[in-house]
Design a protein around this ligand. Structure first.
Ligand code: AMP
Length: 125
C-alpha cells in the first residue's frame, strides 16, 4: 500500500510558514523546533522538509541527501543543547508511527527529549 501524505498536517503548515514555531536549528533538508507541549526540560522535534509520513516511509524513500541532512540536524540539536552523550547527561530519541505507536501528527518527526532522568523507555502494559 502506498504511503498517503496529507499536506494539511500541522507540521506541513509550520514548514510553509503558516504557523509559528520556536526554531532551534534548520538546514536544507530538516527543521528542528521546540515541542509546544514539552514533556521534558528539553523537548525538540526534528522534521524532514520533504513529505514523509513516518520513519519507515522516510528511510525507504528519501534521497541520500535528505537522509544525511535530517540525521545531521539531530546531531546539531544535540550539540546546540549540550546533550551529546560524550559531553552532557544524555537524551532520548523517539519516533512514533501509526496507531500502535500513537502518532498524532502524520509528518515524520523525531522527539529529542532531555534535561531530566527519563525513566525506563516503556511502561509495562
Ligand atoms: P506524536 O504523538 O509523536 O505525533 O507527537 C506530536 C507532537 O507534536 C506532540 O508532542 C505535540 O506536543 C507536538 N505539537 C503539536 N502541535 C505543535 C506545534 N504547533 N508546535 C510544536 N509542537 C507541536
Amino acid at each position: 500500500m502506498p504511503y498517503i501524505y496529507d499536506d494539511q498536517n500541522i507540521f506541513a503548515k509550520i514548514l510553509r510558514g503558516e504557523i509559528p514555531n520556536d526554531t532551534v536549528f534548520e538546514n536544507d533538508h530538516a527543521l528542528a523546533f521546540r515541542d509546544l507541549y514539552a514533556q521534558a526540560p528539553d523537548h525538540v522535534l526534528v522534521i524532514p522538509k520533504g513529505p514523509y509520513v513516518c520513519y519507515d516511509h522516510f528511510a525507504s524513500e528519501a534521497s541520500d541527501a535528505e537522509i544525511i541532512g535530517f540525521t545531521r540536524a539531530t546531531a546539531e540539536v544535540c550539540k546546540l543543547l549540550g546533550l551529546a552523550a560524550n559531553e552532557g547527561d544524555g537524551y532520548r530519541v523517539i519516533s512514533n508511527a501509526g496507531e500502535n505507536g500513537v502518532q498524532e501528527v502524520l509528518h515524520l518527526h523525531v522527539h529529542i527529549l532531555a534535561g531530566r532522568p527519563l525513566g525506563r523507555m516503556l511502561q509495562k502494559a
